[in-house]
Design a protein around this ligand. Structure first.
Ligand code: NAI
Ligand code: 15L
Length: 251
């Protein structure tokens, strides 16, 4: 059984039918209703901040694709409840079920690197928002659950998951649906996942981020340059244009 949290959200809405099309047995969860669900999938409405509910819907999971959370800047108590407590509950449930976790982290954990810098997964975090701090906390929770309990996981620092890039910043950050799906599936299928951190980014000629996902068998196919003539300029704000986090860095 593969559990997908945050299944009602933007990524869940396009990813779930693709996973179902691969014949995977799915249980979806979200605090909001899903607009539609594949015929054989289950749906459980639950809040990630409630440990017992998370434990229950993950009870027989072999893998948890953890997309649930708040994806923008918000009040700290809301971010902490959904993104930190919610992620801790997911990892605790994964431990009990013996499941691996594919965790949707974010590129904003390094949003305060400047745009002319290349960043690897070994470089220090430079979060650009309280949102990003809570996503980084999720990566630390993943690390702790691996070191203490052997819970395997991949933290995928997703760039901009869009059907097509729309703005200049996306030349660097875009991840196509096909490439993100391929990375998530590679994480599900890898015989030994360990505790990995990857960038969820396409093969953009201008990408900022490096990892060792190649040696893991992941080779993204798409490149935002193909759309370069159609891209809108970034917001006319020096901070937005200076830092990788873009709009998240506006003061
Ligand atoms: P989204 O906001 O469309 O979906 C997130 C879902 O999580 C929503 O359906 C929401 O109801 C649910 N959720 C939030 N708090 C919850 C809680 N306490 N209990 C239960 N459900 C809760 O976000 P999207 O775009 O689908 O992203 C999924 C994940 O990927 C998020 O965690 C986000 O931080 C991360 N991400 C997304 C990127 C993107 O380009 N869409 C880029 C980087 C990271
Ligand atoms: C994210 O982490 C956000 O959740 C998403 O809404 C986009 O802003 C994305 O990063 C991005 O950087 O484009």
């Amino acid at each position: 059984m593969i559990v997908v949290t945050g299944a009602a959200g933007e990524i869940g809405t396009w990813l779930v039918p693709r996973l179902a099309g691969r014949g995977l047995k799915l249980r979806l969860s979200d605090r909001s209703e899903v607009a539609s669900k594949p015929k054989d999938a289950e749906f459980v409405r639950a809040d990630l901040a409630e440990a017992g509910a998370v434990r229950e819907f993950c009870r027989d999971a072999t893998a948890i694709i953890h997309l649930g959370g708040i994806r923008f800047e918000a009040a700290p108590e809301q971010l902490v409840a959904s993104n930190v407590l919610g992620t801790a509950n997911v990892f605790c449930a994964a431990k009990l079920a013996g499941a691996r976790v594919v965790y949707a982290s974010s590129n904003h954990v390094v949003g305060y690197y400047e745009r002319d810098q290349h960043v690897s997964t070994e470089d220090p975090l430079r979060p650009d928002s309280i949102y990003a701090v809570t996503k980084a906390a999720g990566e630390l929770i993943a690390r702790f659950y691996f070191d203490r309990y052997g819970v395997e996981s991949a933290s995928i620092r997703i760039g901009s998951a869009l059907e097509r890039p729309t703005r200049v910043r996306h030349r660097h950050t875009w991840v196509s649906y096909d490439d993100l799906e391929a990375l998530i599936v590679a994480c599900l299928q890898s015989p030994r996942l360990g505790c990995k951190t990857f960038w969820g980014v396409s093969a953009n000629a201008c990408k900022w981020w490096q990892d060792d996902s190649h040696s893991f068998g992941f080779s993204p196919k798409d490149d935002a340059e193909q759309y370069v003539a159609t891209l809108l300029p970034d917001e006319d704000d020096p901070e937005v244009r200076r830092f990788q986090g873009g709009e998240f860095c506006a003061k």
